[in-house]
Write a protein that binds this ligand. Structure first.
Ligand SMILES: NC(=O)c1ccc[n+]([C@@H]2O[C@H](COP(=O)([O-])OP(=O)(O)OC[C@H]3O[C@@H](n4cnc5c(N)ncnc54)[C@H](O)[C@@H]3O)[C@@H](O)[C@H]2O)c1
Ligand SMILES: O=c1ccn([C@@H]2O[C@H](COP(=O)(O)OP(=O)(O)O[C@H]3O[C@H](CO)[C@@H](O)[C@H](O)[C@H]3O)[C@@H](O)[C@H]2O)c(=O)[nH]1
Length: 427
């Protein structure tokens, strides 16, 4: 099948690579021509394990093409996948400007039957709204089917998640359209849920909201652990052994960030509010996430004492989690900003990124960052941090305070090295 992907971001590129790899002919388009030029030269603008290799292979084998002429490929392909961004607007709603542009472009080129797949995360009711828009722009509804097929990949394991998904959700008005989309995924072996479009749209938001809730829940429990001198990692392990709860997404830490949870929790609350539904639970989830950084800051302040004169803090990790170069809504960066505002000197290191942050000094390796440091903050759990030469770290630091913001380090080992180890919910 010839497929046009619209938007060459994390989702668009991964979908393009995997669809090509399972035998489709894929035209991955983006209106950002500089990005497309790079992709044509084999330069993949994002870090995602295995993505470059899969793109290279499928480009070489003639199944994957990159193009800046979005409309041309929309016109020629019977299947169009929309994968453009839906960032947060100021009021918390999903900003639909990129989707709207795609719909305008689509209205100019739909001349033959199309299956349009909405992979972007969009509020409930979007599919019906798009139908109305297309009709307004003169496109008759019998020439296309709009199917909601939300994406659940995680950054850092996008290829693996797409090849081995837990499930694929397909929301369509007609069974035929749902089956056509299901067929595109052959031979991916997984459970399919064929449902209506609005339910598919809500499944995406509800999934992210539930996962964010799990994280805020365990973060709140970590505060109770602190009060009772209990270890949150043991408590999480014990809760997770109950099959009804499960062990995943129970890692307490600096809180959730990234391009999805913060914006999708907001967009779901906003969508509910337009129908006079108040989402009290999600308000609490957001409040806990916001205040989580202060809990860590208080710990650090307590350890470091009153003076800020020449107090130097090393921070390892800047992305919103390990195995990605994405810094969108990164708690690590938010923490660095808080630390500099407090008057601390911040020396940072990340294996992939060094975004400009006022007063933060970037170091070229993790050992340089800890030189003469009073404290080290672990803000993401890259394997290279866990496997660091801790004897060397101890020698390089001025004082010996370690704040583990992700519960990735072995507490006993750190204490054996002579560090004053602290975290939240880890006595
Ligand atoms: N990033 C993730 O892990 C992830 C996972 C699941 C779902 N999602 C959802 O998927 C969507 C895309 O997310 P992303 O992180 O891949 O976005 P992104 O910001 O990385 O990429 C979006 C791309 O779309 C392009 N674009 C914008 N308007 C366009 C247009 N009119 N025509 C052609 N190209 C256009 C942009 O230039 C950009 O390259 C969002 O709705 C997001 O919520 C993201
Ligand atoms: O136990 C945990 C698990 C995650 N996190 C944090 O939560 C955030 C999000 O992590 P993760 O879900 O792994 O990354 P994303 O790539 O943002 O993926 C989420 O958002 C995507 C976009 O919607 C969805 O497709 C995925 O299913 C969903 O997991 C990160 O800051 C993590 O550090 C925790 O604090 N504790």
């Amino acid at each position: 099948m010839n497929i046009c992907i619209v938007g060459a971001g994390y989702v668009g590129l991964t979908t393009a690579a995997v669809f090509a790899d399972i035998g489709h002919t894929v035209y991955c388009t983006d209106r950002d021509s500089a990005k497309i030029d790079k992709l044509k030269q084999g330069i993949v603008p994002i870090y995602e394990p295995g993505l470059t290799e899969m793109i290279d292979k499928n480009q070489a084998e003639g199944r994957l093409f990159f193009a800046a002429n979005v409309r041309r490929h929309m016109r020629n392909c019977p299947v169009i996948v929309i994968a453009v961004g839906t960032p947060s607007a100021k009021n918390g709603s999903a900003d639909m400007k990129y989707i709207l542009n795609v719909i305008k472009d689509l209205s100019l080129v739909i001349r033959s039957p199309k299956t349009i797949i909405m992979k972007s995360t969009v509020p409930p009711g979007t599919a019906d709204w798009v139908d109305e828009l297309l009709l307004e722009y003169g496109v008759s509804s019998d020439i296309y089917e709009l199917v909601s097929n939300p994406e659940f990949l995680r950054e850092g394991s996008a290829i693996e998640d797409t090849i081995h998904p837990d499930r694929i959700i397909i929301g369509a008005n007609k069974e035929g359209a749902a089956m056509r989309v299901k067929e595109l995924y052959h031979p991916i072996d997984t459970r399919f849920l064929l449902t209506h479009r609005v339910e598919a749209e809500l499944i995406k938001y509800a999934s992210n909201a539930f996962l964010a809730t799990k994280i805020s829940f365990i973060n709140e429990i970590s505060r109770v652990c602190d009060a009772f001198k209990a270890d949150i990692t043991e408590v999480a392990k014990g809760i997770g052994m109950d099959n009804r709860i499960g062990p995943k997404f129970l890692q307490a830490g600096l809180g959730y960030g990234g391009s999805c949870f913060p914006k999708d929790v907001n967009a779901l609350s906003y969508a509910a509010s337009t129908k006079q539904v108040k989402m009290d639970l999600l308000q609490a989830v957001k409040k806990i996430n916001r205040s989580q950084l202060n809990i860590y800051l208080n710990k650090l302040n307590h350890k470091l004492g009153e003076s800020r004169d020449n107090v130097r803090i090393a921070v390892w990790g800047a992305t919103f989690k390990e195995n990605t170069d994405d810094t969108r809504y990164s708690q690590a960066i938010a923490f660095m900003k808080i630390l500099t505002k407090q008057g601390y000197q911040v020396y940072a290191y990340d294996p992939l990124v060094s975004p400009p942050i006022p007063s933060v000094i970037w170091c070229s390796d993790k050992y340089e960052a800890v030189k003469e440091a009073d404290a080290l903050v672990i803000a993401t759990v890259w394997p290279e941090f866990i496997e660091a030469d801790w004897g060397r770290v101890k020698q390089l630091m001025k004082r010996n305070i370690i704040l583990d913001g992700r519960n990735g380090l072995d507490k006993k080992m750190m204490k054996a090295y002579g560090f004053e180890f602290t975290g939240v919910g880890r006595p």
